[in-house]
Design a protein around this ligand. Structure first.
Ligand code: HEC
Length: 186
């Protein structure tokens, strides 16, 4: 009987995790859409009004604050990461690195970057977490600050702000990085 109750409890808790995972996947997709849209429109507006140097400050200040707003709104952590980072605060952890390598492999096999997506329920050191990543393709506008041929004035500003910048040399269509979301579950 005890065994049966234990089994039932385990089943119910698995079921609860599955339910929460499904909800997380749906809300996460919406959060990423909102994050990506807000970032891109802030970037385009800043590039038009003040040029790329001005726009660097959008990425520098505005991106983390948009991430914080969206994290608060949805109740999980929203951020960006990459295998080649500009800001060390955006470093990928082991799980994120593995997914980014998987994304690179899928791209090599001909999958479209914009479709690369993972949502997983993970357990690490006994902690349950829901995690999600969606690849970010490199568009034309991104090359101004992440490409191979960066204008000297922009390069100077980037060197000043990010002395260990790795996020250059990208080509159109490359995986620039990924949106990354996480939520702890009790
Ligand atoms: C005006 C310059 C500029 C442009 C244009 C730009 N970025 Fe960035 N990008 C930055 C800066 C500066 C950072 C560092 C932000 C920070 O401090 O968190 C950054 C960081 C990132 C990151 C976070 C990971 C990391 O390297 O730290 C991603 C992902 C990213 N950019 C993707 C893009 C994509 C995709 C585009 C095109 C749609 C783009 N960027 C266009 C300047 C730019």
């Amino acid at each position: 009987m005890k065994k049966l109750l234990f089994l039932l409890a385990a089943l119910l808790s698995n079921n609860a995790i599955a339910h929460e995972h499904e909800q997380f996947t749906q809300e996460g997709k919406a959060a990423i859409k909102e994050f990506a849209g807000t970032l891109k429109s802030s970037l385009v507006t800043a590039m038009k009004s003040g040029g790329p140097i001005e726009a660097i400050s959008v990425c520098n200040d505005v991106a983390p604050s948009i991430a914080a707003d969206i994290s608060n709104k949805y109740g999980f952590q929203v951020a960006r990461t990459s295998l080649k980072i500009r800001n060390p605060d955006n470093s990928a952890d082991d799980w994120e690195k593995e997914i980014l390598f998987q994304f690179e492999a899928s791209k090599q096999q001909g999958e479209e970057v914009k479709t690369l997506f993972v949502s997983e329920a993970t357990t690490q050191n006994g902690n349950h977490e829901l995690r999600m990543m969606k690849a970010i393709p490199t568009a034309e506008i991104c090359l101004t600050c992440h490409g191979s041929d960066i204008a000297p004035a922009i390069q100077t500003k980037l060197d000043e702000l990010y002395p260990n910048d790795q996020a250059t040399g990208f080509k159109l269509g490359d995986i620039r990085g990924a949106f990354t979301l996480r939520k702890t579950i009790d």
